[in-house]
Design a protein around this ligand. Structure first.
Ligand code: MN
Length: 295
């Protein structure tokens, strides 16, 4: 057996105070706002907004975030509890149900709106979700917008020997099982759904930026540190292996990808390489070049 070379744990970060995105999403930003990660520390992942469990009161007014643009990256929305609906200017719309993922490539530019699904909004209930922004390499920033609806049943699945625990593969590959998401650079995105006592091992390239969010439960990492629910674990670049053990029944979002070593210029809803490209994005947006979407 090969000797394990564990990835070092840089930091276990409790959720920072939440802020609202529109009136519908109560999120903790783990990056880029935290000094441990900064703008590039998790590249190709640029932003991680984590919506911890929130009991949304019933409402006849649908809450969410109204029409807004994006350019230069992809938004990946994962629903753990509750239902999120969306519409975009490329004509796509749909509902992200519990366990599902929406992978939207903004590319050259898109308008969209994101909000609580109508029936969920009326009934109210538990909402827990993640929105991740995956940066695009310069050569693909102006790619045509597109959209991948990834339903839970279409994800790759790797089961533990006792079949009680499993890894859902959204993007990338785990033990030879591939995820359905098309990505523009190497990205691994998994959910580990582990029963108490279950152990899972991961191996990611040394250079890859790697982090985890404990969505549910509590885990022990590399046989040393413990991370409770709602915490973000940032790994460093020594070693390739990670082992996690569920101290309780747990769900862990795992992200690891090849860094995009290019300059970043970001402002509001745009992530580009230069300030001139940001300025151009605003001009194009104000000139109506992102299409049209009704409020
Ligand atoms: Mn958006």
């Amino acid at each position: 057996m090969m000797e394990k070379s564990y990835k070092n744990i840089v930091s276990i970060i409790p959720p920072p105070p939440f802020h609202m995105v529109g009136d519908g999403f109560r999120v903790h930003n783990f990056f880029p706002s935290l000094p441990e990660t900064g703008l590039k520390g998790m590249s190709p992942f640029f932003l991680l907004d984590y919506g911890s469990k929130w009991n949304v009161p019933p409402s006849d007014v649908t809450k969410g975030v109204g029409v807004h643009p994006h350019r230069g990256f992809e938004t990946v929305t994962i629903a753990y509890h509750g239902k999120v609906a969306h519409h975009d200017s490329a004509g796509n719309s749909g509902v992200i149900g519990e366990g599902d993922v929406q992978w939207m490539t903004a590319g050259a530019g898109i308008l969209h709106k994101e909000y609580h699904e109508k029936e969920f909004s009326k009934r109210g209930g538990l909402l827990q979700m993640v929105q991740l922004w995956v940066n695009l390499p310069a050569e693909y920033k102006m790619t045509a917008p597109k959209y991948q609806a990834i339903e839970n049943g279409n994800m790759g699945r790797f089961y533990s020997d006792d079949k009680k625990s499993f890894i859902e593969i959204i993007a990338g590959e785990y033990n030879g099982i591939k995820g359905p998401a098309f990505t523009f650079s190497p990205v691994n995105l998994f959910n580990a759904k582990l029963k108490e006592g279950a152990k899972s091992e991961f191996t990611f390239n040394k250079e890859y930026n790697t982090g985890m969010v404990v969505i549910e439960g509590e885990i022990k990492i590399n046989n040393s540190k413990t991370a409770p629910a709602d915490n973000f674990i940032l790994f460093g670049h020594s070693g390739e292996d990670i082992v996690i053990e569920a101290a309780k029944d747990s769900i862990v979002l795992i992200l690891s990808g090849e860094p995009i070593n290019e300059p970043i210029a970001s402002y509001g809803p745009f992530v580009m390489n230069t300030e001139a490209e940001i300025k151009k994005a605003y001009e194009d947006f104000y000139n109506g070049n992102f299409g049209y979407l009704e409020d």
